[in-house]
Each structure stands twice: as C-alpha cells, then as structure tokens.
Design a protein around this ligand. Structure first.
Ligand code: SF4
Length: 298
C-alpha cells in the first residue's frame, strides 16, 4: 500500500470543542494510517481535499509556537478525536511529543486516545501533567477480527501498554468501541482490563456513510448468521439489541462490584478503585464536534 505523506503548516493545533469529555481537541495529524474500516473520521476527506483512500494519506502538522500555554491550566485537552496521536509515523515526526513538550508545566489536563503502544515512549513526559489519562481502543480480544478491522498494533500490545501505564501511576481508559453486535464480547474485555484501568467507555457501532456497505459486506462474508441481527439494527433501526446489552452490562457490573454510570466520574475516585463503566450508546455530538474542529484549524 502506498502512503502519501506531506508536511503542512496550520494556524493552530488546539481547537475549542463541544465534545462532552473535554474543552479542547488536538489532532497533530490529518488522516490516520491505522485505516480502520469503520472509521467515522473518514468524513474528513471532504473537508481536507484528499482524494486518496482513508488510511493512505497523512498530513503532518506544524503550528506556530503556543504562546502562553499557562492559559490552558486546568482545562481538558483531548488528543486524537480524528486521528491517532501515536501513529507509527509519530516515531519519525514526533509532533505529538512536540506539543506535549510545549505544554509541559502549563497545568493543562490531557487525555490521549490511541491504538498504539508508542505512547510508552512518552511516559516520563505524561507523568509531568496533572491527571493525565491514556485511553486504548479495544473492541475485541480476537486478533483475527482486529486485523480485519485496523492496521494498528495487536490487542495484546495495547493491553500490555495499558498495564505498563497503570503500573507507572497514569490513569488509563479502555474504550470499547465500536461494539459490533454479536461479535464484541464486552464482559470478556472488561474482565481483562478491570485491574489496570479506571474507566471503561462503551460506544455502539454506528453505520452511516460510505463504510456502512463495507461493514455489512464483511458481516455477510464472515458472520452470515448475524445478517438478520444487523438488518434489524441498521436497516429497521431497532434498538432492542442495545437496550438488552445495556441491561446485561448493568447486571454484570453489579455482580463484579464495578460502577455502571451515565457520566464519567472516575477522576473523583481513588486510583485503585474499580473502574467506572460509562455507557455512551447513541451519541451524535462527537462527530459533529470533530467536524467543527477540522474547520477551526484551517
Ligand atoms: S484509529 Fe481512530 S481515527 Fe484512526 S482510522 Fe481508526 S477509528 Fe479512525
């Protein structure tokens, strides 16, 4: 696969956002070479004039020096709403690291979302921020399904990186997203991570736009027995599956002594408390807000 990489200058890399979990969004790259088949961020191609297929291009951003980083003190910055800040190319370009270095000592709170263990390179830097959090996207324990869906590192490497950060005293999140009906085994994933994270974030698979046909074709080919279920959910818009899963997970959490909550309150709990599970099914704001970020940077 040919990768198109170019270096670009942007006016700004920190953009105000109305995403519920943060005040500002940060995306040091345009595009994402993990190339997930279900990527909602692929809509960005329309705004950034990229004719290439999603996952085959990457713009490396260079921004003016952040003046007065201390103005972000106490605010929440989220790295990676429409890209992964620790793509393999970060090893070369180090743009995520550059921004962390520019913000060091400012008192800003940072959350990082990734599918990579390259984040371990920056552990010392991350520890210098108050309340830093690192989230790993894991929606399966099946490496075959994972490899069918993305080009990021293996599930085992993500789990190991999460544990290493946890052991280093950095708060971690397991982002179980997107949950594929009939494929993603949510309790099995939580069982694997509950000793090494403070937060489990749940998001259902939404099928809109160009990747709907790609995912439905994949299900037809690999899990034909699930076709009626996917038709029910994605063609007839029936929410019964999600309501049943919500009830099942609520009961699971009660049995396991975990917190099943509507809003993330995990930062208020001690580091060693069992994780809070936040059900974020059916949100529309994230995509809308991410789109606004893209526009604001240009
Ligand atoms: S890691 Fe996230 S932004 Fe990157 S392709 Fe996958 S879903 Fe999209």
């Amino acid at each position: 696969m040919e990768l198109h990489i170019r270096e670009i200058e942007t006016k700004n890399v920190i953009t105000k956002t109305d995403i519920p979990v943060c005040d500002y969004a940060v995306n040091p790259y345009v595009g994402c070479t993990h190339g997930c088949r279900y990527c909602y961020a692929s809509f960005m191609k329309r705004f950034t004039n990229h004719p290439e297929d999603w996952g085959t291009f990457l713009d490396v951003k260079y921004w003016p020096e952040i003046r007065r980083p201390e103005t972000y003190a106490g605010r929440e910055l989220f790295f990676g709403t429409v890209t992964d800040p620790y793509l393999p190319q970060e090893e070369t370009y180090r743009r995520t690291r550059a921004l962390l270095e520019q913000l060091k000592g400012s008192g800003v709170k940072i959350s990082i979302q990734t599918k990579s263990d390259l984040v371990l390179r920056d552990v010392d830097l991350l520890r210098s921020f108050p309340d830093a959090r690192v989230g790993f996207s894991i929606n399966t324990l099946d490496e075959g399904f994972r490899a069918d869906m993305d080009r990021a590192v293996s599930v085992e490497r993500r789990l190991s990186a999460m544990k290493a950060l946890h052991d280093a005293g950095i708060r971690t999140t397991c982002f179980i997203s997107p949950i594929f009906p009939g494929i993603t085994n949510v309790p099995a994933i939580i069982d694997r991570v509950k000793e090494q994270c403070q937060l489990v974030w749940l998001e259902n698979l939404n099928l809109r736009g160009s990747f709907q046909s790609v995912i439905l074709a994949y299900v037809r080919e690999t899990h034909p027995e699930l076709v009626p279920l996917y038709d029910e959910i994605y063609k007839k818009k029936n929410r019964v599956y999600w309501e049943a899963l919500d009830a099942e997970l609520r009961a699971y959490a009660a049995r396991e002594g975990l917190f099943y909550v509507r809003d993330d309150d995990s930062m208020l709990r001690p580091f060693d408390a069992p994780p809070a599970i936040v059900n974020y099914f059916y949100h529309e704001e994230v995509k809308k807000s991410a789109k606004n970020c893209v526009k604001a940077e240009r």
